[in-house]
Design a protein around this ligand. Structure first.
Ligand SMILES: C[S@@+](CC[C@H](N)C(=O)[O-])C[C@H]1O[C@@H](n2cnc3c(N)ncnc32)[C@H](O)[C@@H]1O
Length: 595
């Protein structure tokens, strides 16, 4: 059954109501999960129980509370494996673990790992094995704590057992399987002495506070189930959870586009990221102090100003200098061309010139610079030239000080930089960046979507495998029972024939073949009364009918017959009804004996 179109979840109030219902009743908040996958999973469950709309499903859940467990089981895909994406784990063993150990000052410092969304535990035991390999069992036992969490209690219970079938453990390299697992019949169990360092607990990444001071945070194939906003919230918590030198290890379809300022890739291909340390105010002040002391700028500034006075007019910059009273003292040629000034404007009050009107913030800017003795930039000023072109200017107003005479304010210098081209490029770049980002995000989303579908398929595959195993087991049992029945039939001294209610032959044992010279496959499904054998079968019609009607339990008749070898014999035929499981008559059993 396909669910009707009313089940589409896009801003569907019925779907929202269902999510609220799940949250209210079971504390599961699925609103941050990607809608496409979430809808598919819920619909899958609804199809199984023939419920068509989300509204009906709420009613169903109210009446059948056990359905919650099946629904959560369907939504929370538990697909996982030991050493899943093995090349990424090689990188963890060869690069990341040594880097973590190198950050430890003392050889006994603890090493803390968090496997978030650990499912049935394979991931947590994989990192346990790698740490035990790197540290040796004794150090591992003393220093390592692996917190493994999931929202799915059922998966956690399995994880706590630390016991896996041979199929489930087949991706553990044989030497490590031998070293870290104990074998029992059909199963392997992770070594108890190392198991103690792995602590399992229920933790909802959407709602619960993070674990802290983590060196390695493994969260693989979980984020991809969430929408961008929820991913971002979780990543902020992960940033908090990690040590400054900590690493984040994601699944192969997960890229970290959201909150990329919190983490930087260490190895993008293997999805290993390091935490960007938080810069404190103190760090910033120290940086500023450091750059000031390196500057020595007052001397350089003086030389610079003197040099400018000499080369002013030839300067490629559009620059105007006004004195402390606001009169224009100098203007470079470039400024005159750009701003439509002339040499007659020298010694005029700036406030009388066109630029003072066209750039309304200019006069107040100069006043501010004079008062504070600090440069000021007026950004992105639109300027229309005499030829009608629209240009974008950046206007820098700087105080001009007489440093030789005790820092008296002489006036201010105003530099006009035409940033039109830069602005245009910047706009274009921003636009392309946005497009690129959108394309990346779409790509990423598609990638994650594909991965979730992949996991869903794997999960269905696992279910099918279980059904297959069960069918195989049943078939084996049936074969055994069949073999047993066949050997009983073969061992009987008389010919045994079983016919159904239409008198079609269903069973024809070996002795019947011997008596009448026809093989079982030659008579199968043929009407017994039409068979051409040495037995006058027509004479059996009424006896068989009596049994088939249940009028008699045992009915015998002796007939003259000719056997397969052409010998005349006397044959006793005993008929009895064949009863089914419900005591209904399914046919007749005929026992034929030569007497
Ligand atoms: C596909 S498995 C990934 C298992 C393992 N990390 C791996 O990559 O092999 C996703 C796991 O995320 C868990 N999960 C889903 N939502 C969660 C949440 N809100 N908080 C914690 N775990 C969650 C599911 O229960 C499931 O076990």
């Amino acid at each position: 059954m396909q669910p009707s179109s009313t089940t589409s979840s896009d801003s569907n109030p019925e779907f929202e109501a269902l999510l609220n219902f799940l949250n209210r009743n079971r504390g599961f908040d699925f609103t941050g999960y990607k809608r496409s996958s979430l809808t598919r999973r819920i619909q899958k469950r609804m199809q199984m129980i023939h419920v068509e709309s989300f509204g009906d499903y709420i009613d169903y859940l109210e009446v059948h509370p056990e359905e919650f467990i099946r629904l959560f089981d369907t939504i929370l895909i538990n697909v996982t494996n030991f050493f899943r994406d093995s090349s990424a784990w090689d990188h963890i063993a060869q690069e990341v673990i040594p880097a973590i150990l190198a950050t430890k000052r003392h050889p006994s410092d603890p090493i803390r790992v968090w496997s978030a969304g650990c499912s049935t535990g394979e991931e947590a035991y994989t990192i346990a094995i790698l740490l035990a390999e790197a540290l040796g069992a004794d150090q591992y036992r003393e220093r390592v704590k692996i917190y493994a969490s999931d929202v799915d209690e059922e998966a956690l219970n399995q994880a706590r057992q630390a016991t896996y079938s041979y199929r489930e453990s087949s991706s553990v390299p044989p030497d490590l399987l031998e070293k870290y697992f104990e074998r029992t019949d059909h199963h392997v169990t992770f070594r108890k002495d190392l198991r103690r360092s792995v602590i399992f607990g229920r933790h909802d990444l959407v709602q619960d506070a993070p674990i802290s001071r983590i060196d390695l945070l493994i969260c693989r194939n979980v984020l991809m189930y969430f929408n961008a906003e929820t991913q971002s919230r979780i990543l902020t918590r992960f940033h908090f959870a990690l040590h400054d030198t900590g690493f984040l290890f994601l699944g192969k379809a997960e890229m970290l586009f959201t909150n990329s300022n919190l983490f930087v890739p260490v190895d993008l291909k293997r999805r290993v990221f390091s935490r960007v340390p938080r810069i404190t105010l103190r760090d910033r002040l120290m940086l500023m102090n450091h750059s000031n002391s390196m500057d020595g700028n007052s001397d350089r500034l003086t030389k610079h100003v003197r040099f400018r006075e000499a080369a002013f007019d030839a300067s490629p910059l559009a620059q105007v200098v006004v004195d402390a009273n606001g009169f224009v003292v100098l203007s470079s040629e470039r400024a005159r061309n750009l701003l439509g000034l002339s040499s007659k404007d020298i010694n005029r009050p700036l406030s009388d010139l066109e630029i003072a009107y066209k750039i309304p913030d200019l006069r107040s800017g100069i006043e501010q610079v004079n008062a504070e003795r600090r440069p000021l930039t007026l950004r992105e000023i639109a300027w229309i030239t005499s030829s009608g072109d629209v240009r974008t200017l950046e206007v820098l107003v700087s105080p001009v000080m007489d440093t030789i005479n005790g820092g008296v304010l002489l006036g201010s210098s105003i530099t006009f930089t035409d940033i039109s081209r830069y602005k245009q490029l910047q706009d274009e770049l921003e636009h392309s960046n946005q497009e690129l980002e959108t394309a990346y995000e779409e790509l990423q989303s598609t990638n994650e979507e594909l991965e979730t579908i992949n996991e869903e398929l794997q999960s269905t595959n696992e279910e099918l495998q279980t059904i297959n195993d069960e069918l195989r087991r049943r078939t084996e049992e049936l074969n055994q029972v069949n073999g047993f029945l066949e050997s009983i039939l073969a061992s009987m001294r008389g010919g045994v024939v079983v016919v159904d209610n239409d008198l079609r032959v269903q069973v024809w044992n070996r002795r019947a073949e011997d008596l009448w010279g026809l093989r079982s496959n030659e008579v199968q499904d043929k009407n017994f009364l039409n068979l051409d054998i040495g037995l006058p079968v027509a004479q059996l019609r009424s006896v068989i009918r009596t049994s088939a009607n249940g009028e008699s339990e045992l009915e015998s008749i002796t007939l003259d017959a000719v056997n397969r070898r052409g010998k005349n014999i006397k044959c006793k035929v005993t008929c009895s009804p064949l009863y089914g499981a419900n005591n209904d008559i399914r046919g007749v059993i005929l026992l034929m004996e030569e007497i």
